[in-house]
Each structure stands twice: as structure tokens, then as C-alpha cells.
Ligand binder design. Structure first.
Ligand code: MSP
Length: 523
């Protein structure tokens, strides 16, 4: 089926610093974007999902120098760690942008030249403090006890000529835009934070670095002695990645539909620098910037020095991809901080996945195999209890789109589990194993098992964005011949999509129960 498109949808993740080892924080944003885009595709949207890597700047230059390799060679090696993790995590991005690609560099230079030609960029002398690791300028009053207010490391005093973008002139426009669009910055606490920040005068943005200090960057087109400030370069990926100034039809399909998912630490760059840059270029701001919270690990901040960085690859090895995706989306409301611990992860897997979902799936399918040779039975007249199951499914389907629009992933999963619980309760109450004892109850047995399988089909359909591999397994075991990824929520979410006469595949456990004591030893 080719449902009529409901419109376009564009989602992005931050582009990750290529130097970092991908950790649970990176996986979190990327999985969230993937879940949302898969849900939107299911709803019938023409969707585009962009992720990528941020490859310029001092840290990359330094790391490459230390290894004695060219920075581009260094990036080419490092980027693979992200790309292979996204493949393992089943991330369905439509493109992957690297800021060292020509298609991106050209757009950055074009934007710089346009802004310069229109007098939006000027040269001036800068005197103040600079934090090398953060690559940021600070004024005397910004410093915390003489140190960088962000990372608390030493800053150096510098005086140099640089190029500045006239960001300050857009301050009142930006405040007005934020006030008029209450979904531009979410959650609301982050919106208030930025409105508070904007009560102080906004300064112009320094967008260059002299080459004598940093060579690894995009050359400023009107002054070969300078490269572009890494944030000015990086933010532009959101438009260069969808064809700004190279593929106009595609660009105008997706801009300004963009939803940028970010972590709370990069809120100012995305909600102050970026919209004003766009305004300077003459483009509309993105539809939404949603800042999620941070993960701590077993109660502590994740850091290389504490050696507690949670590597998604290890979690996938231990628990499996879908259990990790489920945990990330279910455990913490998107927007709040959360804590990762093996104990909570194991608890979630055992209770929600192995007990609730896994048991329902294996007992329903096993009964169809035992009582009907694996052939999906034909239902007959429905009773009150059968209709209640259908109603609970319809109720869930009606609620999910709104929750997903609010990026309330955990609420959506709680809602979805209402069908899982309702189905388990239904099986307990109708007791098909008792019906199987009497030949006269066979029509009733057929109805009960058909209803249960149909609930499982709908669960698989709704679960697909969250747990693609599990959903596919459920789908094929239910004998569904259609492609799960071509389904449409409105049409295929209706009760009755499962065809009697189809053949069930013998189930294997979806999620084997984890033995906590064995797991503790392994960890
Ligand atoms: N390169 C910039 C983004 C440029 S976007 C135009 C950058 N990269 S990053 O690799 O350092 O961080 C990427 C994202 O990871 C940020 O959104 C950040 O919030 C997120 N996280 C880093 N540590 C995190 C946790 N402990 N928990 C959750 N997210 C975290 O910033």
C-alpha cells in the first residue's frame, strides 16, 4: 500500500565530535530520533533523518598531531566508530553528514560570503579570555574564579583580530519569536532558561579563528588567513545536509520543518546562535529544538577519568539492541536527567520484556500451534470481553500520535503496554487451555486465540519504531506476509488485519529472562 503522504517531517541529531568514543549519551539522542522518525513514517509522513559528525577544530587537529597523522585521515578512521554503532543500533538515518565533506564546506563558505557581502559580518579586534578545550571566548565577567565557566579549566588571555556576525541586532526579534512560538524550545523549562539568558544584552558572535592558531577548519572565503569557528561551521550541517543551495526542491520540502534533538548542554548554540544565523541568511528558524537531559551512571557523572563511560557496544553485547533501545526510551521522561544502572536495566528487561511481552507472545503462539496446527483460526461471534480487548487497542492507537508529537516516549511505551497487559489479562480470563478440553468450545477457542494474535499484530506494529528487530520477529512469526515497514497506522492499525488461515511460526523466546546473580558476576 502506498498511503498518501501526510506531509513532510525532518529530524536531526547533533553532529557528534568525531574524536569522542560513542557513549550512551550519543546513543540516546540518536535512538530517540530514530524512534520518532520511524513512527512518523508509520503515520504516513515523508520523513528525513539526518545525523553526522563534527570534524573540525582544535581538538581534532591536536589529536591528529599527537598520532602523527593528517587530520582528515584521523577523521576518516574515527567516523567509522559512529557509523558502525548506528548500524548495530538499527538507526534508519537517510543521510550522514561529515563537516569535512565538500558539499558541506561549499555551503558554509557560501553563507559566509553572502553574510559578508550584506554587511552582516565585520572585522574587529578582540581582547579577552579564551578556553582552548571549549574553543570559546569569555569576557572577564564571564569567568568563574578566573577559569572557564563551562569546564572550569585554565583560560588564556588573547588579543587578536577576528570576524564577527552581527548577532546582537536580532535579540528582540529572537525574544519575540520564542514568545510567540511556545513549541520552538522544549521542554518549557529550557525555553524559560533561554528567555532568562536573553534578558542580558546579546553580543555579536565571533565566527573566525586565525590560521596561525588553528589550521583545521573551513577557510573564510574573504580572508585566507582565517578559518571558520567550529560551531558556526557545525550548525550549518542542518541545512547543508538537505541540499541548501544545491538541491532546492529537497531543501524546500524539509525546511523549516526541522526538529533538532539536542542535549541540554548545547541549548544556547541551537536556540540563540542558530536561529539568528538563519535570520541573517534569510531563512525561517526550525520548527522545534528539544533538549533532553543527561545520563549519569550508577549515580555518578560519566567521565573518562572515572572510567565509568557506558559504551553502547558493550550494552548491546550484554543485553541486545532492542532491550537497550527500550530501556533508553522507557526509563526516563525525555527532557529529564536519568541514571543508568545495570540493576534497573535488568529489572526492566525481566519485567516488561521477558514477563509481560515475551510470555504473551510465546504462550499465544504455542497454543495456536498445539490446538490448530499453527493455522490462524477463524473467529466467530464476539462477546463483551472480546470487544473490550479491541477497544483497549483502539484507545491506545488514538493516544499514541499525540504523545509522540510531544516526544513523550516513555508515556507512549506505558500506553502501548496497556495493550500488552490487557491481552495478558484477556488470556487469563478466557483460559483457552480450558476451552481446548471440550470439542463444543472449539469455536470459542478459535475466537479467543484469533483475538489474542490480532492484539499481538497490533502490538508489533506499534512497537516497530521502538524495537525494530523484535517487531519484525513478531510480525513474521504471526505469518504476516506484508512488509512491516510499509504499514500505515491509520489503515493497518484497525482491528482485523490478521488473516485467518495464515501460518504461525514456532516461537523462540523474544527476551530470555536474565538471571540477576549470573549477570552480576558477568558485569
Ligand atoms: N559537536 C557538538 C554538536 C554540534 S551540533 C551542530 C557536540 N558534540 S558532542 O559529541 O560533544 O555531544 C553530542 C551530544 O551528546 C550533545 O547533545 C550532548 O548533550 C550529548 N551528551 C553528552 N554526554 C551526555 C550524557 N551523559 N547524557 C546525555 N547526553 C549527553 O556537542
Amino acid at each position: 500500500m502506498c498511503p498518501k503522504s501526510k506531509g513532510t517531517f525532518y529530524i536531526t541529531t547533533p553532529i557528534y565530535y568525531v574524536n569522542d568514543v560513542p557513549h550512551i549519551g550519543h546513543a540516546y539522542t540518536t535512538v530517540a530520533a530514530d524512534v520518532l522518525v520511524r513512527f512518523k513514517r508509520l503515520e504516513g509522513y515523508q520523513a528525513f533523518f539526518l545525523t553526522g559528525t563534527d570534524e573540525h577544530g582544535q581538538k581534532v587537529e591536536k589529536a591528529a598531531q599527537e598520532r602523527g597523522v593528517d587530520p582528515k585521515v584521523h577523521c576518516d578512521e574515527m567516523v567509522k566508530r559512529f557509523q558502525s554503532l548506528w548500524r548495530r543500533l538499527n538507526i534508519s538515518n537517510d543521510d550522514f553528514i561529515r563537516t569535512t565533506e565538500d558539499r558541506h564546506k561549499k555551503v558554509v563558505q557560501k553563507i559566509l560570503q553572502d553574510l559578508y557581502d550584506r554587511g552582516e559580518i565585520y572585522q574587529a579586534s578582540y581582547e579577552g579570555w579564551y578556553c582552548i578545550p571549549c574553543e570559546r571566548f569569555w569576557t572577564e565577567k564571564d569567568l568563574t574564579e578566573g577559569k572557564c565557566p563551562d569546564c572550569l579549566r585554565e583560560v588564556v588571555e588573547i588579543s587578536e583580530k577576528n570576524y564577527f556576525f552581527r548577532m546582537s541586532q536580532y535579540q528582540s526579534w529572537l525574544i519575540d519569536h520564542i514568545e510567540k512560538n511556545d513549541r520552538f524550545i522544549l521542554p518549557p523549562s529550557r525555553r524559560n532558561e533561554i528567555l532568562g539568558f536573553l534578558q542580558n544584552p546579546l553580543e555579536d558572535l565571533c565566527i573566525s579563528r586565525p590560521k596561525k592558531r588553528l589550521k583545521w577548519g573551513i577557510e573564510i572565503p574573504f580572508d585566507p588567513d582565517y578559518v571558520t569557528y567550529v560551531w558556526f561551521d557545525a550548525l550549518i550541517n542542518y541545512v547543508s545536509g538537505i541540499g541548501y543551495s544545491s538541491d532546492n526542491p529537497r531543501f524546500s520540502d524539509f525546511w523549516p520543518e526541522a526538529i533538532h534533538l539536542i542535549g541540554k548542554d548545547i541549548l544556547t548554540t541551537h536556540t540563540v546562535y542558530w536561529p539568528t544565523m538563519l535570520r541573517g541568511i534569510g531563512l525561517t528558524p526550525p520548527k522545534m529544538v528539544f533538549a533532553h537531559g543527561w545520563w549519569t551512571v550508577e549515580g555518578k557523572k560519566m567521565s573518562k577519568s572515572l572510567q565509568n563511560v557506558v559504551e553502547p557496544n558493550r550494552l548491546i553485547d550484554t543485553y541486545g539492541v532492542d532491550a537497550l533501545r527500550y530501556f533508553l526510551m522507557r526509563e526516563v521522561p525525555f527532557g529529564m536527567d536519568g541514571d543508568f544502572s545495570h540493576a534497573t536495566m535488568v529489572h526492566r528487561i525481566n519485567s516488561d520484556l521477558a514477563n509481560d511481552l515475551g510470555n504473551l507472545f510465546s504462550r499465544a503462539l504455542s497454543m495456536v500451534i498445539r490446538y490448530f496446527d499453527g493455522i490462524i483460526p477463524v473467529p466467530s461471534s464476539l462477546q463483551e470481553i472480546d470487544l473490550r480487548l479491541q477497544e483497549s487497542s483502539a484507545k491506545v492507537i488514538a493516544q499514541l500520535p499525540g504523545q509522540m508529537n510531544d516526544l513523550a516516549f516513555n508515556k507512549a511505551l506505558i500506553t502501548l503496554w496497556e495493550i500488552v497487559s490487557a491481552s495478558n489479562k484477556y488470556v487469563d480470563e478466557t483460559a483457552p487451555w480450558s476451552l481446548a478440553k471440550e470439542e463444543k468450545d472449539r469455536p470459542r477457542l478459535a475466537t479467543v486465540l484469533y483475538q489474542t494474535l490480532e492484539a499481538l499484530r497490533i502490538i508489533a506494529l506499534l512497537l516497530a519504531p521502538f524495537m525494530p528487530t523484535t517487531a519484525e520477529k513478531m510480525w513474521t512469526h504471526l505469518g504476516m506476509e506484508s512488509n512491516l515497514w510499509e504499514q500505515n497506522l491509520e489503515a493497518d492499525g484497525n482491528w482485523g488485519g490478521l488473516k485467518p488461515g495464515g501460518k504461525i511460526v514456532k516461537p523462540t523466546p523474544l527476551f530470555p529472562r536474565i538471571d540477576t546473580t549470573k549477570m552480576e558476576k558477568k558485569i
